[in-house]
Design a protein around this ligand. Structure first.
Ligand SMILES: Nc1ncnc2c1ncn2[C@@H]1O[C@H](COP(=O)(O)OP(=O)(O)OP(=O)(O)O)[C@@H](O)[C@H]1O
Ligand SMILES: [Mg+2]
Length: 405
């Protein structure tokens, strides 16, 4: 049956080098990025071979060079120029090239550059970024397409109330849901001290994070790209650094800058906020679309929530942006529990729209294993609720986008 036949994978990328084997593991990286949609070519050696025919399907030309190519940079530059004339994205991967050589190569028009060995996730990040520029007029490719994503912070009013569990699973459900539409989701862990997003997703904490948040000079699109890891290539994640840092290590204006950069590259930016209110908390609140405050039905949550709301009102902050999330909410049949919730809402003067059930031991296990609920316990009651929230957020954003267009 023709309908069931898998469409043959079209070739999306050419990898051009003198000898690809000299770049150990680059083939694996390319494979994980393009599956079997890439081909390796040696074009530097036999120069007449440089009648480079680029099939329409090829969007990326990855050019890998090392010290051996230094003597004959002209043919490398020829390849780059030719690919640029054909309006393909060119990614240069370089090892042991002198600064003067690098300068010449970069001036020949490559879109981006990565050092070899490749830092984990960098190829994927760069390709994703270049994909956004595909098919654009050359003069427009200079300015990256400006998305204007939604900032969605998640805040726990009392330690352990479940903010990180909600943030991680919400982000992943959203990323899964928008997979086919090309919308992009990022999750940023702003608990610079004890952030646990990395643990809940079993991700490495990259060195570049420390630079990104401690050195404002690195705060740009590339700095963020370097610091991001991805979970299953679907969800971009900024984990907390591996060493605990003071929460005020980053100035409010730099938090603002970081978020600005994030929303130009991602449609949804979920931020796991620290419980401590810091100098930049109100900035996040000002910049966000909806601020999720996670609480439980206990005295501690009630009292902290009261303080939090008072602080917002005293500072004239937009408390109407707060969306309350009741975690470990009582079930339908728990009438005493339900009346406690009602009393809580009345005393705080709030309406709660999101109720998350207790998901039991499976939730703790999933967190410990570093797997989102969708993968570890897809039928879990907590997962189902978070998924509903994720889908309705995406749908609302799509409806807004349609209304503007
Ligand atoms: N609805 C739930 N059902 C079952 N377990 C849950 C639920 N929500 C959270 N947990 C578990 O409770 C623990 C604390 O959750 P989490 O880390 O998300 O809270 P937090 O508010 O981010 O805490 P912190 O203040 O430390 O940042 C985790 O082990 C998590 O697995
Ligand atoms: Mg947390």
């Amino acid at each position: 049956m023709a309908l069931l036949k898998r469409a043959e994978h079209s070739v999306e990328a050419f990898a051009i080098s003198r000898n690809l084997a000299a770049f150990e593991d680059l083939d694996k990286e390319l494979e994980s990025e393009f599956d079997d949609g890439w081909r390796s070519f040696n074009l530097f050696e036999g120069r007449e071979a440089f009648d480079m025919k680029l099939p329409d399907s090829v969007q990326f030309v990855v050019v890998a060079v090392n010290a051996q190519d230094e003597e004959d940079l002209d043919s490398v530059i020829g390849v780059i120029r030719r690919a640029k004339e054909a309006r393909r994205s060119v990614l240069l991967i370089a090892q042991d090239i002198s600064p003067a050589g690098m300068h010449r190569l970069m001036r020949s028009g490559a879109d981006d550059f990565a050092p070899y060995p490749l830092p984990a996730g960098l190829l994927s990040e760069t390709v994703t970024r270049l994909r956004e520029n595909v098919g654009r007029e050359p003069e427009k490719t200079e300015t990256r397409r400006r998305r204007k994503g939604y900032i969605l912070p998640v805040y726990s009013v009392a330690g352990g109330a479940g903010a990180t569990t909600f943030a991680v699973n919400l982000a992943y459900e959203m990323a899964e849901h928008v997979r086919k539409t090309g919308l992009r989701v990022a999750l940023l862990d702003f608990n610079f001290q004890y952030g646990s997003v990395a643990t809940y997703l079993d991700l490495p904490r990259r060195e570049a994070i420390y630079e990104l948040i401690s050195d404002p000079a690195t705060l740009d699109h590339d700095g963020l790209a370097q610091a991001l890891t991805s979970y299953k290539k679907r969800l971009a994640v900024l984990t907390a650094p591996s060493d605990a840092l003071p929460l005020d290590i980053i100035a409010p204006e730099d938090v603002g800058k970081l978020l600005e950069i994030a929303v130009t590259a991602y449609d949804f930016v979920i931020v796991d906020m620290p419980q401590t209110l810091v100098v930049w908390s109100d900035l996040v609140l000002q910049m966000c679309e909806t601020f999720f405050a996670v609480l439980e039905v206990d005295m501690r949550s009630a009292q902290n929530m009261l303080r939090f709301l008072r602080a917002l009102k005293a500072e004239d902050l937009p408390y109407e942006k707060v969306q309350y999330v009741l975690n470990r909410a009582p079930g339908f049949t728990d009438l005493t529990g339900k009346s406690r919730v009602k009393r809580l809402c009345d005393s705080l003067g709030i309406d709660i729209n999101i109720f998350l059930p207790d998901g039991g031991k499976a939730v703790v296990n999933a967190c410990d294993q570093g797997t989102p609920l969708a993968d570890a316990a897809s039928g879990n009651a907590l997962r189902k609720e978070i998924r509903k929230v994720a889908i309705s957020l995406v749908e609302m954003a799509e409806a807004q986008a349609a209304a503007i267009a």
